[in-house]
Design a protein around this ligand. Sequence first.
Ligand SMILES: Nc1ncnc2c1ncn2[C@@H]1O[C@H](COP(=O)(O)OP(=O)(O)OP(=O)(O)O)[C@@H](O)[C@H]1O
Ligand SMILES: [Mg+2]
Length: 249
Amino acid sequence: MHPGDVAPHGSAPAADVPGHLLTSGTWADVYALDDERVLRRYREGRDASPEVELLRHVRAHDFPAPDVLDAHGSDIVMNRLHGPTLLQALGAAEITLADAAQVLADLHHLLHDVPAPEGWGSATARDWPALAGGPVVVHLDLHPGNVVLTEHGPTLVDWANARAGHAELDVAVTALLVAEVAVDAGGDYSQAARALLAAFLHASQVSPRAAIDDAAGLRSVTPGLLAGERELVPRGAALVRSLLDLTGS
Ligand SMILES: Nc1ncnc2c1ncn2[C@@H]1O[C@H](COP(=O)(O)OP(=O)(O)OP(=O)(O)O)[C@@H](O)[C@H]1O
Ligand SMILES: [Mg+2]
């Protein structure tokens, strides 16, 4: 039995190994504490409190995201979601590309109905220009690996990049993330990603055109991106533009 298995609800997790490691992402480890709860912990000790505030805010607006049960420093205890990610469901052909594109477009549409929290809507001096605040909550990492298909519907995780912003930028970042996979010619999923991108642009209620340059600027300064991955950014942006030109949107 893991120490986390016996920790009462709402208590701080044990400092050593808190439970069964579910996944280890770029920045964070996600542990199962029990069947109901996970712990997401930044390995570098980054402060998770801004994303906790945004998570609580979007949940208060009924947006489908995990409930925060407890948070300290770089740890967030959330309710545990059960189900495959949208990426896993696509890989297993459990969902069509068109349905997956609709899931992404619907999550954007729902999220951009949530107003920015008080005090988050305006620019700060150190903000990247593309991130100079905005009227709604944006996630800025809304891709199939961050959507869990639960019995209650698609639920969005990984709120590390979320902030106040403009819907077009959020849609442009998703389009670009998918496009980068599409232009990676040797990649296993490049053909599927191109079809997913076309379907997503068709399903999206907001045209990302005005924000493609800003999205590319953001992506190219993403920490941890390898040189080869960085080269995909301008090519991905060009693909998004050409698909938008084809549809006249
Ligand atoms: N509340 C949750 N319940 C169940 N699984 C979760 C939950 N939150 C995250 N996960 C799982 O952990 C994975 C990684 O979580 P997350 O994306 O938040 O971490 P990350 O370090 O930013 O990962 P990456 O760098 O891969 O994006 C998710 O894809 C999902 O499968
Ligand atoms: Mg993630």
